[in-house]
Design a protein around this ligand. Structure first.
Ligand SMILES: [Zn+2]
Length: 451
């Protein structure tokens, strides 16, 4: 049904003095207020139209009341909907409904009608707009707030507008988000070249130091596939959540890369092969030898050897596919390195470096997983958790700015949002479009502007 809105604007200008900047500045100042008033007019016109159609059943056939007048039957113990679609107008509620929008706060008069069939009083506008009893903001605003929080510029969003939302309000939006229930579609390990996990500290309520843990997949094209963010959750629990998202029952030999984090040694062992982040091999050995009583100077040659042995791996680019002709060189280097490590373990035992020897034994099967994988498949997996560390840095920077003092759920949710928005932009946009329910039921255009 087509309708029109007529807008009359009045302006004064000091002839011969005004410049372009001032005109634009003043137009910008009225932009949100103008939109808010247009919105108010559209809603009032809609309200009148709905009330008229529900009231004048003698004029409007029932198909013109389709989608209108839905209400719960008065006194129904099970809250069933009433089938009555004829009403009597009963004026307006004393209190306007305040609804926060991206243009500012809307103060909406609420008309009440009485159902002729059951006697229930309700607002046909709220029901037509699908606004629940406790809805006090629209979803575009929620979207803008979340985007602003992620970009750490929520102050700019709020300042200069009549939007009344506190940090606590933002926290509640994030906590109430359904992000946790979405993005749970199954992931196939066949499409992944590696799974990474890492943890980082976050400051939460009352200065409590929490831990944010996160697991990501790297696709064969080298893209990040967020698998989950968790706050103060045990690794076994995280594992069971991630496992539910992984499709295959059969194991694929993709490497699982981590940073020597305790509790991760057998993480996802059904679907991936653990591989300690190779960067931490030399550091771990240094610690082990230190326990054996060796000073840094004394252990340095051995940690350097380890660095060299595990450093056989190849190009700088983590995701490059290796060429067949490189295979032989890599294979012989790999075999040589493996036996050198075995030698080193023997030497450690002979010298009485118990900790050093058992450390090397423990990590030796896992240090070369990525090379073994490559020899089998030709895919180079990222050899360090540096990618995940970069992701964490980005999350951490935002959390520090906006989420200090937040609860577990809020930290988990915002981390997920940051990850999905950053690494699955398309899915993120899709998610919001779905939430906003944009289906082509309303369009508006400027017909003419004249003076
Ligand atoms: Zn009724």
């Amino acid at each position: 049904m087509e309708q029109q809105i007529h807008i009359t604007l009045r302006y004064n200008m000091a002839t011969g003095k005004v410049n372009l900047n001032e005109i634009v500045y003043q137009l910008k100042e009225i932009r949100d207020t103008l939109m808010l008033q247009i919105l108010e007019h559209i809603l009032k016109a809609y309200d009148d139209l709905i009330a008229e159609r529900l009231n004048r059943t003698d004029i409007y056939p029932s198909k013109e009341r389709k989608g209108l007048g839905r209400h719960i039957r008065k006194g129904d113990p099970d809250d069933h909907f009433c089938r009555g679609r004829k009403v009597v107008k009963r004026g307006y509620r004393k209190k306007h409904r305040k609804i926060s929008t991206i243009f500012g706060d809307l103060s909406l008069p609420i008309r009440e009608v009485e159902c002729v069939n059951c006697g229930a009083r309700y607002s046909p506008l709220l029901s037509a707009l699908k606004l629940g009893r406790y809805t006090h903001k629209e979803t575009n605003l929620e979207h803008e707030i979340i985007e602003a929080v992620i970009d750490t510029n929520y102050r700019r969003l709020i300042d200069g507008r009549s939007i009344d939302i506190s940090l606590g309000g933002i926290h509640n939006i994030v906590v109430g988000s359904d992000i946790d229930d979405t993005f749970q579609e199954p992931v196939s390990t066949e499409d992944l070249s590696a799974i990474l996990a890492d943890a980082t500290g976050v400051k939460e309520y009352k200065g409590f130091k929490g831990e944010l843990r996160s697991v990501i997949g790297i696709t064969k094209e080298g893209r990040v596939e967020p698998l989950g963010c968790f706050t103060n959750t045990s690794w076994p629990e995280i594992e069971s959540v991630i496992k539910k998202r992984i499709k295959e029952a059969q194991p694929y030999n993709i490497p699982f890369i981590y940073d020597g984090e305790p509790g991760l040694d057998d993480f996802l062992s059904d679907v991936a092969e653990s591989q300690r982040c190779t960067w931490h091999g030399p550091r771990g050995l240094y610690h082990a030898l230190w326990q054996d009583g060796l000073k840094k100077k004394e252990s340095q040659p051995d940690t350097d050897t380890i660095k060299e042995l595990i450093g056989i791996e190849l190009p700088e680019d983590d995701f490059e596919i290796l060429k067949e002709k490189d295979k032989e060189t890599v294979k012989s280097k790999y075999e040589a390195s493996k036996s050198e490590i075995k030698e080193l373990i023997k030497t450690f035992y002979q010298k009485g470096y118990k900790h050093g020897a058992s450390y090397l034994e423990h990590i030796s099967d896992r240090l070369f997983t990525h090379i073994e994988l490559w020899l089998k498949t030709g895919i180079i997996a990222p050899k360090t958790t540096s990618l995940l560390e970069r992701v964490f840095r980005e999350i951490g920077r935002r959390l520090k700015r906006i989420a200090w003092g937040w609860s577990d759920t809020a930290v988990t949710n915002i981390s997920k949002m940051i990850m999905i928005r950053q690494y699955s932009r398309e899915k993120w946009e899709e998610y919001w479009k779905e939430k906003l329910g944009i289906k082509g039921y309303f369009d508006i255009e400027i017909e003419s502007i004249s003076s």
